[in-house]
Design a protein around this ligand. Sequence first.
Ligand code: TRP
Length: 332
Amino acid sequence: MAKDIVCSGVRPTGNLHLGNYFGALRNFVRMQDEYDCYFFVADYHSLTTHPTPGSIYNDASAILAAYLAAGLDPERCTIYLQSDLPETAELYLFLNMNAYLGELERVTSFKDKVRQNPNNVNAGLLTYPTLMAADILIHRATRVPVGKDQEQHLEMTRTYAQRFNTMYGSELFPLPQAVGSPAGLVKIPALNGSGKMGKSEGEASTIFLTDEPSVIRKKVMKAKSDSGPTEPNQKKPEEIENLFALLRAVSTEETVRHFDELYNNCTIRYGDLKKQLADDMVAFVEPLRQRIVELRADSEGLRRVMDMGREKAHESAKRTLDEVRRIIGYRH
Ligand code: TRP
């Protein structure tokens, strides 16, 4: 039986962090043998915020290196740059003809962007969901590993797929489902006591996969905590729960249990906890960081991976696009 097709992308907004690792990368790595996987760097999507020409390739290379460092293997899955697959842009054009202003304006991420940046409400931002639908439908993917924040976009992908199928009486597009593997639901909080790790909570609250050990130690030691529990078995406030969530991600079960006990009998010293957390985080991140540095230094190697990915992605995209053009009524 044919394997399910998986497709997912990450926007290149600077270096990847631990949240990306536990939320996306680790799942990608686990899926690469079980499914027919297409993982790409969404470097068309990044244009909505007008990056400089010099930063596009650089940021894409950074993501690619992180993908490889985390264990994605270009022989076992397809890893490519979105901009190396212009077929995506053509499918985006076709889908846009049946994407309506009202439904696009109602998308939560669009409304957020309009609120945050009222002076940059461009059409690319509005049609972000159709481009994302094109990414997925170009490979006729059935499973899309994404977080909760992408559910609505995926819902729209299904709408566009169904609309195309209905309009042309075809069964070309399957309706893709979101998948977050159970293990993938590990939420990585920011170090400032609230919210998710990532850009919006600031660099000081985020551990990047490229952070040097001294940087990690500094950030962890400054993480928000409180004055400590006053009664046994007290419920943990958010900032403390967050420290434990980080500990659960990178430390051994024994370590977690140890600090849990100290918390519950009110003898915990957060300085000790943070020192342990910093050690374990360094032990976790440092091998990844070193591999990323090596991979980035080998620009020839990265280029070979990109070329290989482009070839494989193109084969799959061409099969879909030939069908789409034929169905729509273009000469073939
Ligand atoms: N919108 C996704 C994000 O911000 C990135 C993305 C673009 C994507 N195209 C995709 C994810 C296709 C999955 C499938 O995280």
